[in-house]
Design a protein around this ligand. Sequence first.
Ligand SMILES: Cc1ncc(COP(=O)(O)O)c(C=O)c1O
Length: 501
Amino acid sequence: MTSPHAGTVRPYLFNDRTVEGYRRAMTEATARVAGRIRRADRPFSGVSPERLAPEIAAIDLERPLHDHAAALDELERVYLRDAVYFHHPRYLAHLNCPVVIPALLGEAVLSAVNSSLDTWDQSAGGTLIERRLIEWTAGRIGFGPAADGVFTSGGTQSNLHALLLAREEARTEAPPARLRVITSEAGHFSVRKAADLLGLGPDAVVTVETDGERRMRPAALARELDRCHRAGQVVMAVVATAGTTDFGSIDPLPEIAALCEAAGVWLHVDAAYGCGLLVSRRRRHLLDGIERADSVTVDFHKSFFQPVSSSAVLVRDGAMLRHAAHHADYLNPRRMAERGIPNQVDKSLQTTRRFDALKLWLTLRIMGPDAVGELFDEVVDRAAEAYDLIAADPRFEIVTRSPLSTLVFRYLPPDGPRHGGLGRKLADDANLYAREALAASGEAVVAGTTVDGRHYLKLTLLNPETTLDDVAHVLDLLAGHAQRYVDDLAPLTEEVTHVCS
Ligand SMILES: Cc1ncc(COP(=O)(O)O)c(C=O)c1O
């Protein structure tokens, strides 16, 4: 029996009879987004969770609006008006890039067709397109014909996947409690998370020191490999980072690869951020040595101008992917593989999986890899200029020159009578305040981090539209907020420790 509501609810289903409605809805949605993007004169409204939460809480999810336009009006109020806009040239905070239109085209197509990349019978050509892109990326890395990989939801999953494979390779040698993963002090926290998820012990991740430019010291790695060996621990992987989150530093890959080869240890290169160099005509050499890795993480949603999510994990020897393979009778029975029917679920940690690869496919087919590399090169150039700007500015101290596009620096309050001398705590508080005040104004969004226990500010440049004037303007705003804190808001203190001591 047909439901009494069939006439009113069926038009929501996307099919051959509703394509006109689909077209109208998509046109309306893109018009709203385009309007917001055109009008955004700042990256953020500065809204607080306290102000926004009641508006969202007040929406009655049991009472639908039955109208696209009305729902989009509501969405303007609860989301679009106050979203954080990464396309804005003064969004300078985290590793979020502006996106390219060919990728948005891919996004629209992939969600409408809604392929699932687990099996051939849910994707057909999607499976082959993803495979071509994995092959292409492996070629850019310099892997040989045995390489393989799979798209993932992000760097965190790619790192987890790589470490799972490394653990399976090492497991025959030692129980989980004796397994160790070595990374640098500047490595990403997802390495620790992966170790936890993989059931390694609490001491499994060992960090080794970095040099003045925040790169892993090969000598420290050699010492740690030796120490683990003598202590009866099995190093299941060394994770080198090509583009650390805070400093953009690239660990010395050839030296690290040589040490791993000599010790017979799996080398994973986390190039979540630095992967943009794979298509750079001027800076590809900075990744030399990556081809000697056993596995590599690349995040296209960081430095290939792709929308979230778009990431991949690649392995030099595709046979390693078998460690994550399971067969289910209903989905991917062995006989399918034996008949040569391609599927990606055998390689993935996920089952149902978006066809994110389509975004990169259309980006490469429309723009080409050199164009993507040029955009990334531009932001790296801009970051180098911004480094000089900050280094020459007496209001700030800057930590290190990044080979990529981050700037870690902090405001130094001038010595003044109100606080009886410069305090480290005062400098910390002034920088923390400046970051929050700037975000609340919505004029710009910057990030923060700690270096050697002190609070610093961080700019991550990923937008070629960001000019040096934008950076200079943001520095003035930050200095203004920090100085206001020092002059008017900081508690009076007797502290006399000098900030640079
Ligand atoms: C070096 C590095 N690795 C891994 C990740 C995790 O990537 P995702 O946020 O895509 O999970 C990040 C994120 O910033 C990163 O900077």
